[in-house]
Design a protein around this ligand. Structure first.
Ligand code: NAP
Length: 312
């Protein structure tokens, strides 16, 4: 069976940057992606903080160029879901739903995903008014009212994006102060379409096949308020942006991670298992951005190359 030099799990910015560096170093490289290239960044509509980024850059446009770049350097791509792995030993074995893959080194770049509110009705109403991706679903709410849950960069940036579609956007935040960067906050406060429900959390989402109302609880007073859809609209949108959690369940017990499930690495992206690296949002780190994910990927690929050379 074929043994790749490097197999990369995940085709987000970390995995694609790793692929680029591995491909340029003439390593036989495979990137395995479960669903859709790009990871979290493809649900971002505007990227203004990637160095040298071009005007009106979107997540999908940047990822599209990253994928092309890896292909130019001979990197192979496959869509498969890895369900089991053997990472110890000189040949790493990755078992997917469709195939089995072998490699001398593995780079884990499986990213992180959105955290749900966890309230009754949320799951049932997902895709029926509840969304975790403004870029994907904003157009469904043209001229409707939408609510954005959260107070971080993602919530406020996506609320700004949603104002291009919705007639009114209300940010529901559990405190009375946003966590988002000041520059993003200023844009939101200056936007006439954005309103705020402070000290509030969503307790329940209700509807018959589509969101019709939600129960919001005031965190200070405990008071419950039912927000009901405008009679003419019949529905409204609820966009949830309350953070991420790492996609690391598969790696539990295989590599060292912290309590929150983020994989522990050193500065060279090495995990505790020789020949196994982690890069991007799945790794314990202090800043999760495209630029830091790409940097992680580059380092992981170069260090994996050195590891392979030393073991040949
Ligand atoms: P985040 O920064 O962790 O913010 C999560 C927000 O959701 C916080 O305001 C938090 O409230 C709130 N929250 C958490 N759990 C909640 C719950 N159970 N119920 C209600 N509210 C809850 O997450 P993020 O905005 O997704 O961003 C993740 C990372 O990506 C951050 O490091 C961020 O800087 C980065 N990011 C950067 C950009 C950019 O630079 N352009 C864009 C997007 C994301 P509290 O404030 O009370 O904790």
């Amino acid at each position: 069976m074929k043994i790749y030099d490097i197999v990369i799990i995940g085709a987000g910015p970390a995995g694609l940057a790793a692929g680029l560096y591995a491909g340029r170093a003439r390593m036989d490289t495979l990137i395995i992606e479960k669903e859709k290239n790009g990871g979290q960044i493809v649900i971002t509509n505007e990227i203004e903080n990637y160095p040298g980024g071009i005007e009106e850059e979107t997540g999908p446009s940047l990822i599209g160029r990253m994928v092309e770049q890896t292909e130019k350097f001979g990197v192979n791509h496959v869509f498969d879901t890895i369900v089991d792995l053997e990472l110890e030993g000189d040949v790493k074995v990755l078992k997917g739903l469709h195939d089995e893959y072998r490699a001398k080194a593995v780079i884990i770049a499986a990213g992180a995903k959105s955290v749900p509110i966890g309230c009754p009705g949320e799951k049932e109403m997902t895709g029926k008014g509840v969304s975790y991706c403004a870029t994907c679903d904003a157009a469904f709410f043209e001229d409707f009212e939408v609510y954005v849950v959260g107070g971080g960069d993602s919530a406020v940036e996506e609320a700004l994006y949603l104002t291009k579609f919705a007639r009114k956007v209300t940010i529901i935040h559990r405190r009375d102060e946003l966590r988002a960067a000041k520059s993003i906050q200023e844009k939101a406060f200056a936007n006439e379409k954005i309103d705020f429900m402070w000290n509030s959390v969503v307790n329940e989402i209700k509807g018959d096949g589509i969101v019709e109302s939600m129960v919001v609880k005031n965190t200070k007073t405990g008071e419950l308020t039912e927000v009901v859809a405008d009679e003419e609209d019949g529905t409204f949108g609820i966009f949830v942006f309350i953070g991420f959690k790492p996609n690391s369940a598969l790696f539990e017990g295989k590599v060292e991670m912290n309590e929150a499930g983020y994989i522990l690495t050193n500065d060279d992206m090495e995990t505790n298992i020789p020949g196994v690296y982690a890069a991007g949002d799945i790794r314990k780190k202090s800043l999760r951005q495209v630029v830091t994910a790409a940097a992680d990927g580059a380092i992981a690929a170069v260090m994996a190359g050195k590891y392979i050379e030393e073991h040949e």
